[in-house]
Each structure stands twice: as C-alpha cells, then as structure tokens.
Design a protein around this ligand. Structure first.
Ligand code: SAM
Length: 393
C-alpha cells in the first residue's frame, strides 16, 4: 500500500496539514481562524483556499477539539492522513485498516466525491465487507452516525485525504440561541456563532485572562455570553433598556450555570452609550465588541426617504458612541463594531460614519488579507451587517 501512515509509520520531514471547512461567510470564518491563531500563538507556515475549505499547515500539530471549542464560524476541522496517488484503492485500504469490524460506514466529500465513494464502496463489497455510504452533508448527520469516533468522515481535496476530527457543536449553539431565558425578538439577537466570531476578532491581541471587554449595546447579552465562554476575565455590558439589562443578566446566569468553573467577573448596568464614561474609569477598557442599535426592523416596504433618515440617525448615534469609546478605551484598545446596511429594491443604503470615526483617532484594522470590513448577510434579509475592527491610536 502506498499510504505510509496507514501502516503506522510516522511521517518524517512533513508538516501536518488541516482542512477547515468554512461557514456560510467564508471570509469571516477565515478572519476568525487567523485571529484565534494569533491569540493562541499558533504559527502558520502555509495556507491554501480550496473549494472544500482552508488548508492550513501550522508549525506544530493542532488540537482540533480545542480549536473547535473556540471558533464560531468553522464547520469541520479535519486532519490530513496522506496524499493519495490512487484515491479509490487508498481510501478503501484506509477504511479496512481503521475499521475493526466487517461493517464499514463512511462518508466522503470533496472533489468528485460521489464517483469516488461509489467506487470505494464497490471495491469494499468485492472484498466481502458490508458497507454503508452515508451522505453527510451536514454536521448533524456526522454526529448522529458517530463518524468522528469512527474516523470515517472523509474529505478528498487537493490530492490529499483528510479525516474529520471535530465538528461545530450545533446543539450547544442552538441551545444558546433558542433556549436562553431572556429573549428580545423585536430588537433582534445576534446569532451566537456570529457573536463568537466578533468576540474572537476583538480579542486576538489580548491575554484574555486579564482584559476588560465591554458591550455597550448588550441587548440580550449574546456577545457577553460568548466572551464568557471563551474565558475573557472581566466582562461589562450596558444598554439603554432596562429589559435588555435584565435579559442579559438572566442569560449570563444561565450560561454561567453550565460553566460555573469560569471565574469571570460580570457587570451589567443600564446606561445610554453616550454616558458610559460616568460609569467606567477613563482608559479602563481593553476591548469593545458590539452590535449597536440597527434601526427599526424592516419589512421591505419602507420608502427611500425613511431609509435615508434611518441611516442618518444611526450614523449620528454611532459617531457619538465612538466619542465615548475614545474616553474609556485604553490607547491601542480595539472596538469591533457592526455597521448595518439596508436593502431597498436593488439598492443598499449604507450608514456613512466611518470617516468621522477615523477622525476621532480610530484606525480600521484588516480582518483578513487587506479586507477592512466583512459583510454578513443572510438571503432574504433586508439588512446586512458590516463588521469592522478599529484600533484607537
Ligand atoms: C441590536 S440590539 C443588540 C442585540 C445584541 N447584540 C444581542 O444579541 O442581544 C441593540 C440594543 O441597543 C440598545 N440601545 C439603543 N439605543 C441605545 C443607546 N443610545 N445607548 C445604549 N443602548 C442603546 C437597544 O436597547 C438594544 O438592546
């Protein structure tokens, strides 16, 4: 057999590769991975974007389960097993070598996966194996069929076979989204996956055990909860609305209940963003991560004038918010801030505030490559979110 590792021979002179299957917003997922690697001091030797995800060659082996517990926008993390010269026979050999019983279950994605999988299946049957080919096009199927434990969720891409080691914990994410006690359907709640991504973009340069992170439009506390779960030491939330403050407190207690080992300090209070400096000491906050007021929920029937008025009002609010951030953020501190845009027929209405924010001393930071902002938009929605990261100079 060509594939050395299958015979238990360790690789020499070859760095391990990992395949990260990216979420629906691939650039955002990639930016998050890069920021998490920065925080965890993981050095990357090489990256390659393929239709099946981002292949990363780090300097040292990774812990896929730990990384998955940190990330919000990655669907799967798979480890390279080998470069395959003859995919159909090599994959069959791999499955036989790693399955102790005669019944083999597997799934295969990647280039030409359907044809290869069918040929592998036929080959295994001819070698008197009982085979079940699973169409695992979502993580639920992978989890349900124990494909991770079996080492049997495979991807063939870029000439190599990858074996999935970790998948997104969709049940936990969904419980945090729909199971939390304090909900506010009207103002909208950030999906926990997105909240986790923006938190990760904010904390990449920090020792999280020491920092103070603020969400001054905390709503139901989604950002605060995700910051707590990744282990940020000191979390502060505020909101104009008493209901939001009480929802955030309830939700944080609920999340904390499940992770009572986290020694995080949490402080949540009612306050207009323009007055936060009356509650917090000057230059005391390391990171701000927030999804601010996004305007009235849209139906698609608004007029251009209504949307123009809304974007003007939001621009004023956001610039005012940055005027207070300037007072409470430490020099060099960062603010990850979501700026919405609104769809009217085929035209997007944007909130023009970035130039004024820059004039206050905030410098936009590249999120991945040279991208200064990344768009998060779900089909059918009249709102899209632009994610920015500013650093106070
Ligand atoms: C889009 S929601 C934030 C949702 C939050 N990210 C979540 O996932 O729950 C915006 C929040 O901004 C708050 N808000 C509006 N105007 C404000 C102001 N001037 N100062 C502080 N909070 C404000 C609203 O009460 C609302 O809770």
């Amino acid at each position: 057999m060509q594939v050395r590792f299958l015979l238990g021979v360790p690789r020499v002179n070859k760095n391990m590769k990992y395949l990260f299957e990216l979420g629906r917003h691939p650039k955002l997922s990639r930016a998050e991975i890069e920021h998490v690697f920065l925080r965890l001091h993981i050095q990357i030797q090489d990256t390659m974007l393929t239709p099946d995800g981002l292949i990363i060659t780090p300097s040292a082996p990774l812990d896929p389960n730990y990384l998955m517990s940190q990330l919000g926008g990655t669907i799967k993390i798979a480890e390279e097993m080998a470069e395959l010269k003859n995919p159909t026979t090599d994959i069959a050999d791999y499955l036989i070598a790693t399955t102790p019983t005669t019944k083999i279950q597997f799934s295969l994605s990647g280039k030409d996966a359907r044809r290869i999988a069918m040929t592998v299946k036929k080959g295994l049957v001819s070698r008197e194996k009982s085979v079940r080919l699973i169409e695992a096009n979502n993580t639920a199927t992978i989890i349900h069929n124990n494909l991770i434990e079996r080492g049997a969720d495979l991807t063939f891409t870029n000439g190599s076979l990858f074996v999935t080691r970790a998948v997104q914990p969709i049940e936990e994410l969904s419980a945090r989204d729909y199971g939390r006690p304090g909900r506010d359907a009207r103002n909208g709640m950030l999906p926990p996956k997105l909240a986790r991504m923006v938190v990760n973009l904010g904390i990449s340069d920090c020792a999280i055990q020491k920092i103070k992170l603020l969400d001054p439009f905390c709503g139901s506390g989604t950002v605060l909860a995700e910051a707590l779960l990744v282990g940020v030491a000191n979390i502060v939330g505020s909101d104009l609305s008493d209901k939001a403050v009480s929802d955030s407190k309830k939700n944080i207690e609920w999340v904390r209940g499940e992770s009572s080992d986290k020694p995080t300090s949490v402080h949540i209070f009612q306050c207009d963003v323009k007055k936060i400096q009356t509650h917090l000491k000057p230059k005391s906050v390391d990171v701000i991560v927030t999804e601010p007021l996004l305007g009235s929920p849209l139906t698609g029937k608004e007029t251009r004038e209504q949307l123009q008025k809304q974007t003007r009002e939001l621009a004023t609010l956001y610039v005012d918010a940055f005027k207070t951030f300037q007072k409470i953020l430490k020099p060099g501190g960062t603010a990850v801030f979501i700026i919405p845009q609104f769809l009217h027929k085929n035209e997007w209405f944007k909130v023009g505030c970035v130039e004024e924010i820059k004039q206050l001393g905030f410098v936009p930071q590249p999120l991945t490559g040279s991208e200064l902002s990344l768009l998060y938009h779900r089909p059918g929605q009249f709102i899209a979110r632009n994610i920015w990261k500013f650093q106070l100079h």
